[in-house]
Design a protein. Structure first.
Length: 137
């Protein structure tokens, strides 16, 4: 889809949440400032989570306690496979939780096969337009 504004990207996330169930892993790909955190915020809101959703760049993983756990992670500052394993990622991928990962393209080999991959790109170089594509691998 084409998003014309930050609000549309957020709303796309809210709508997408109705198609997400426990156990799903959402891999968000896109350059700096593409809109990954904003989309994650929309997804969490759509899942019924009402508190703040912030960028996990520095924390690596934000945990949002909800009726089920929502993990919001960011691979941007992670340097190695080992670091991901040490953070306990393997345990996040379970049948109860929803996991949203920004910069997922940096370590695709560590993600489950059934990930929902979402790409966000600038559309025709326009400041406020994005192309958002979903691929169920
Ligand atoms: N159509 C759009 N969709 C999403 N964001 C947009 C759009 N147009 C402009 N923006 C702006 O782009 C920025 C996106 O920021 P956001 O933190 O979501 O990006 P990010 O992909 O998470 O970046 P980072 O790689 O640093 O984590 C916001 O400032 C937002 O207002
Ligand atoms: Mg971000």
């Amino acid at each position: 889809m084409i998003s014309h504004s930050p609000e549309e990207t957020y709303q796309f996330g809210v709508n997408l949440a109705s198609r997400i169930t426990q156990g799903d892993v959402i891999a968000l790909c896109g350059e700096l400032g593409a809109g990954k955190t904003l989309l994650a915020r929309g997804i969490c809101r759509g899942l019924g989570y009402k508190d703040n959703v912030t960028s996990p760049s520095y924390m690596r993983i934000n945990t949002y306690p909800h009726t089920f756990p929502i993990y919001h992670a960011d691979f941007y500052l992670i340097r190695s496979d080992d670091e991901i394993m040490e953070l306990g990622f393997a345990e996040l991928f379970n049948t109860e939780s929803i996991v949203i990962i920004e910069w997922a393209q940096r370590f695709p080999h560590l993600l489950p096969e059934s990930c929902l991959w979402i790409d966000i790109k600038w559309h025709e170089g326009r400041a406020e337009m994005r192309e958002i594509a979903i691929n169920r691998k």
